[in-house]
Design a protein around this ligand. Structure first.
Ligand SMILES: O=C(O)C(=O)Cc1ccccc1
Length: 288
């Protein structure tokens, strides 16, 4: 219809009421949010132009990176980060209302990161209960709501409990108080999402493969490229290149715009060192 703004389509790791759904709603309050069952499916949806943006979990403060997201972005996809969303994460154990009186469960289901964030709680409170991995926290909650006869439990957020009609039997069960997750908003084009509410600090994510001549001190040289230009790093992490044991690439977050003069100099020096650099672009942070 003439004059009507076209609604953006956003893929996210679903089903509804996942932590990723909450992050996607923060970045895109007025868009059409479409749930996908797995991280690769979310990413492929944007890579194949079926949606405008994909929102996927990247890293958790307690558990570290979500390897599927990092590896997919390095090995499989040519996408850009247009924003990151930082969200506080609260985990709750929930069951079907028919089973609130039960004091043991057939099994407890959740996303591997959620299970790991509640490791101590599960160890001390449900030592003999099988712990089962599921594709997402809300997917586990949905399954628990559909199978009351199985007396199973899920770990998910309070919106999932509400959405799927479950009763929370233990709240705030994550092992450490400061539990935040970082989500990436991905696009096929390199640009910055400038919706209202972002923070001022710009960040650039780079994936750096060092030269494979195995010379000593190469990581030191890579870091000095940033150090002497006073380019502040907020993260460095290694992931296997998958070409052989001991072969790694480095994910580096730099607190600068990739178009800044110092960054252009850094790219040139990294190339001169024989490094391959894949930039995921520069972006702002949103908090939910
Ligand atoms: O499973 C979910 O709800 C997700 O969105 C992935 C996730 C899992 C655990 C913490 C943060 C995000």
């Amino acid at each position: 219809m003439a004059g009507q703004p076209v609604q953006k389509q956003i893929s996210y790791l679903g089903p509804e009421a996942s932590f990723t759904h909450l992050a996607a709603a923060k970045a895109f309050p007025d868009s059409n949010l479409l749930p996908f069952a797995t991280i690769p499916e979310c990413i492929e949806a944007v890579a194949e132009d079926r949606v405008d943006y994909a929102v996927v979990p990247l890293e958790n403060a307690l558990e570290g990176s979500v390897p599927l997201t990092v590896d997919y972005l390095f090995h499989e996809a040519q996408l850009y980060v247009t924003a990151e969303v930082l969200s506080p994460i609260g985990m709750h154990l929930m069951v079907h209302p028919d089973n609130v009186e039960a004091d043991s469960y057939e099994a407890i289901y959740s996303h591997p990161h959620a299970l790991a964030q509640c490791h101590k709680f599960l160890f001390y409170t449900y030592k003999n209960t099988p712990i089962e991995q599921f594709g997402s926290t809300s997917g586990a909650a949905k399954m628990v709501s559909e199978l009351p006869e199985r007396n199973i439990a899920a770990i998910a957020n309070e919106f999932a409990a509400k959405k799927y009609g479950l009763s929370i039997v233990h709240s705030e069960i994550h092992d450490f108080h400061f539990n935040h997750t970082r989500f990436f908003v991905l696009s096929k084009t390199n640009h910055k999402l400038k919706n209202p509410g972002h923070e001022g600090q710009i960040k650039t994510t780079l994936m750096i493969s060092p030269p494979n001549d195995d010379r000593s001190g190469v990581l030191h040289q890579v870091l000095s490229v940033f150090a002497w230009r006073q380019l502040n790093l907020s993260k460095i992490e290694s992931r296997p290149l998958k070409t052989g044991l001991g072969d790694y690439f480095f994910i580096v977050d730099v607190l600068e715009d990739e178009t800044a003069t110092m960054m252009r100099g850094a790219f040139e020096e990294l190339a001169a060192l024989g490094c391959k650099v894949k930039t995921l672009g520069s972006y702002y942070t949103y908090r939910s």
